[in-house]
Ligand binder design. Structure first.
Ligand SMILES: Nc1nc2c(ncn2[C@@H]2O[C@H](COP(=O)(O)OP(=O)(O)OP(=O)(O)O)[C@@H](O)[C@H]2O)c(=O)[nH]1
Ligand SMILES: [Mg+2]
Length: 325
């Protein structure tokens, strides 16, 4: 990574084309961002997202119907002539084996639609870490003029929860048969949900799951301003999806009124600043250590067990900051 301001001609053209709504340019730029290289740094540095797009995360256990929901929500958005970006994060997870193909089937109609851009991303493809790569892709989709960005993750790990830090509205989708999952995920998912969905409401146990979630919500107490709704849906049958769609926009309005929206976006910017700074500092220090015998001597002493990593870090840090001041 460098701090230079140069952008290759080729990439500058891609950005121009993307801003004009060219889908191939957007796809190419997403690939560049996924590679986490000098070029990705330049792309993210130069694009100016409008911040206009509403960002929605959909998470929940494997097979809960998240992709089906995302597909149906996309139809609602298209009926309202909104442009949609879809990010399916981590389809390579062992839980959703073959998901890319399945998702293609579930979202088939949208693949043919110019107003929809679908992108699947795997952890493997994102060297900078999935959450920050997803954040970069969200920014690109926003800059390209999308009105609604839907991000799907399988909510099982910390990384997937971190992805949800980058959205404005988090939908947690559960299913009747996932009784144990509710317990297991309670801690993580309860905290991040803005809207709960009990999908596959055509199956037995949906009502009692909704009651269970509601009583858990009552127990922890609701946030000021926004009452987390618990909605029953049948994504596959397109039942309850329109109401979910309404609730998304209702949440946006409410969180804008209470400043929760602005606070979330501000936190995202702070996280991004920290991440960029961290990268810059680590790269600068790594370069300095490699090119300065005095600094690399500390690393050798650490390797020989003479000093601890803490002491080595302190000495390196002190030497570099003295040199700079
Ligand atoms: N009975 C029933 N099946 C549904 C419903 N919604 C989705 N399904 C089915 O559930 C299966 C899984 O749906 P997906 O949308 O792929 O679920 P997902 O949560 O995206 O799955 P992963 O991404 O693999 O975790 C599919 O066969 C859907 O057709 C529903 O409301 N009722
Ligand atoms: Mg899926």
């Amino acid at each position: 990574m460098a701090t230079g301001k140069t952008l290759s001609k080729e990439t500058a053209k891609l950005i121009d084309d993307m801003l004009q709504g060219n889908a191939r340019a957007l796809a190419r730029l997403i690939t560049i961002v996924e590679e986490d290289s000098e070029e990705s740094y330049q792309v993210l540095r130069h694009i100016k997202p409008s911040g206009k797009a509403h960002r929605v995360g959909v998470t929940g256990p494997p097979g809960a119907g998240k992709s089906t929901l995302v597909g149906k929500l996309t139809s609602c958005a298209r009926e309202n002539e909104l442009r949609v970006g879809i990010i399916c994060a981590d389809p390579s997870s062992p839980f959703s084996h073959g998901a890319v193909l399945g998702d293609r089937v579930r979202m088939q109609q949208h693949y043919m639609d110019e107003g929809v851009h679908i992108r699947s991303m795997s952890t493997r493809g994102s060297l900078g870490g999935l959450p920050s790569t997803v954040h970069g892709v969200i920014k690109l989709m926003d800059a390209s003029g999308k009105d609604l960005i839907l991000v799907e993750t399988v909510g099982v790990g910390q990384m997937e929860l971190d992805v949800m830090e980058n959205v404005d509205t988090v939908i947690v989708a559960l299913v009747p048969e996932a009784g144990d999952d509710v317990q297991a995920m309670k801690a993580g998912l309860m905290e991040i949900a803005d809207i709960f969905v009990v999908n596959k409401a055509d199956r037995p146990g949906a009502d009692s799951l909704a009651v269970e979630i509601q009583s858990m919500l009552d127990l922890v107490g609701q946030d000021k301003g926004w009452r987390i709704p618990v909605l029953a849906t049948q994504a596959a049958n397109n039942v309850g999806v329109a109401e979910l769609y309404e609730q998304i926009w209702h949440h946006r309005e409410t969180s804008m009124d209470t400043d929760a929206f602005a606070e979330r976006r501000a936190r995202q910017r702070r996280d991004e600043l920290t991440a960029v700074l961290e990268k810059m500092v680590i790269q600068e220090f790594t370069r300095a250590i490699a090119s300065d015998a005095r600094l690399s001597a500390y690393v050798s002493r650490m390797n020989e067990g003479e000093i601890s990593p803490y002491e080595a870090a302190e000495m390196i840090y002190r030497t570099i900051s003295q040199k700079e001041s």
